[in-house]
Design a protein around this ligand. Structure first.
Ligand code: AMP
Ligand code: GLY
Length: 438
């Protein structure tokens, strides 16, 4: 079996790593990959944004399966282009990817499907949006409709902040086309969790829960990032099946997509807020999360390549998917200055030493190989990941590995997964891990 993975970050290294450890032993290509994927697969220098280049690559290599990591190529129709040429793809077509690509469309689906979510209204004129803000008052959330690299959401404490966010998007066009429509949304309170499902158009396999850490500094301070760490499971949703999320969220959404003639194949990722009134959907993503995937895939047991292929072909067998009981924690090591301006090209020391530790795997994100040396090549550089019998054990192992690694101006959070055992879950009994120290 030959698999082409599209993408070049930590999520894609985790996908490649899991494929490389699969009993199927697939041949793996990555477009365009990083220094980590290069150790396990053949990196091909075609950018994930180059749709024509990816189609040409797929026609040349004829993989049995293409696994698309990031959302942008899915929203740009890569899966449609490949399916039109009879190449199986794990990932939805452009129509399904709109669930991430347009927050207004996502809200429309959620409302039509009767799934709990924050009340919201879409606007294209700033006067109308501002009138709405003055009528409703703060707090509220202003969201650019389209893909804005995780920067399009402003959680506002005051009316002034909300008005500013509206003017930035609609009048000053700081998000370009992605901000031509904005959503005004009621602000929800609670604990966040990510629940991903594999969907083959009809069948649904819920994956264990995970939680990421979006802010750059400890205690959720500083600006939002792509994600500074993740862990699985998230005690706030111990078990997504037992929490009823299949019937509450995934089945009605899939039914609504099908009703509109959309056949969705790939990951459907629900970003949830667990409120006092129960789980509510904040957003959907049309792909594996980054860095949630780094914390999920080391727990995956059973066939992986075959499961993704079956999902792509509409014949998913959820009974083949099994999970290790251990917890998994991923600590992201980033370049100083990220998510703002940062430097690249700095040598990374200690990678081998870190990886020699038991139950540790170091996923590369922004790395490259230069003159035989692994150097930094992006804002998020590494996802240092460990399994453990409990979250505190996995945390301790992950940080032991982090301490072996050095590069100039590196930064990382010291509190990844801390809230998993220090903050009581909303509406659920306290977990056995509380009070444990790493
Ligand atoms: P999104 O891209 O829609 O997930 O938003 C990014 C982040 O903004 C989420 O992970 C939440 O932390 C926050 N957020 C989004 N929508 C809301 C909401 N309605 N209430 C509170 N926080 C929100
Ligand atoms: N970790 C959040 C995301 O992948 O969008």
């Amino acid at each position: 079996m030959k698999v082409l993975v599209v993408g070049s970050g930590g999520r894609e290294h985790a996908l490649v790593w899991r494929l490389a450890h699969d009993s199927e032993r697939p041949e793996i290509l990555v477009a365009s990959g990083n220094a980590g994927t290069a150790q396990l697969a053949r990196n091909v220098p075609v950018a994930p944004s180059n749709i024509a280049g990816l189609v040409a690559l797929a026609l040349r290599e004829r993989p049995d399966l293409v696994v698309v990591g990031p959302e942008a190529p899915l929203c740009a129709g890569l899966a449609d282009e490949l399916r039109a040429r009879n190449i199986p793809v794990f990932g939805p077509g452009r129509d399904g990817a709109r669930i991430e690509g347009s927050k207004a469309f996502c809200k429309e689906i959620l409302t039509a499907a009767g799934v709990p979510t924050a009340r919201a209204q879409a606007f294209v004129r700033s006067e109308d949006a501002i009138e709405w803000i003055r009528r409703h008052g703060a707090p509220l959330v202003v969201k650019a409709d389209g893909l804005a690299a995780g920067k399009g959401v402003t959680v506002c404490d005051t009316i002034e902040e909300a008005e500013q966010a509206v003017r930035d998007a609609l009048d000053r066009r700081v998000f370009g086309e992605a901000g031509e429509t904005v959503l005004m949304e009621e602000r929800l309170d609670g604990e966040e969790a990510s629940v991903l499902a594999l969907v083959d158009g009809e069948r649904i396999a819920l994956l264990p829960s995970a939680q990421d850490h979006k802010r750059v500094f400890d205690q959720d301070k500083g600006p939002n990032t792509g994600g500074m760490g993740a862990y699985s499971p998230a005690p706030v949703v111990e078990n997504p099946e037992a929490a009823g999320l299949r019937r509450l969220i995934f089945e009605p959404v899939l039914r609504e997509l099908r009703r509109r003639g959309i056949e969705y194949r790939g990951v459907l990722y629900a970003g949830l807020m667990i409120t006092r009134d129960g789980p509510k959907v904040l957003e959907f993503n049309c792909r594996f999360g980054d860095p949630e995937t780094q914390a999920l895939l080391p727990r995956w047991e059973g066939p992986f390549a075959r499961t993704l292929l079956d999902c792509a072909l509409g014949r998913l067998d959820p009974s083949l998917i099994r999970w290790r009981p251990e917890a998994c924690v991923c600590v992201v090591m980033a370049a100083g200055g990220y998510p703002g301006i940062y430097e690249t090209g700095d040598p990374i020391e200690g990678l081998e030493e870190a990886e020699r530790l038991p139950d540790v795997v170091v996923f590369h994100a922004g790395t490259a190989r230069r003159d035989g040396q692994v150097v930094t090549a992006g804002g998020r550089v590494l996802g240092v990941t460990a399994l453990g019998s409990t979250i505190p054990v996995a945390v301790r192992r992950a940080y032991e590995a982090v301490e072996r690694i050095r590069f100039r101006n590196m930064q990382y959070r010291r509190d990844i997964a801390l809230r998993a055992w220090t903050r009581p879950a909303v509406g659920t009994p306290t977990t056995s891990q509380q009070g444990d120290q790493p």
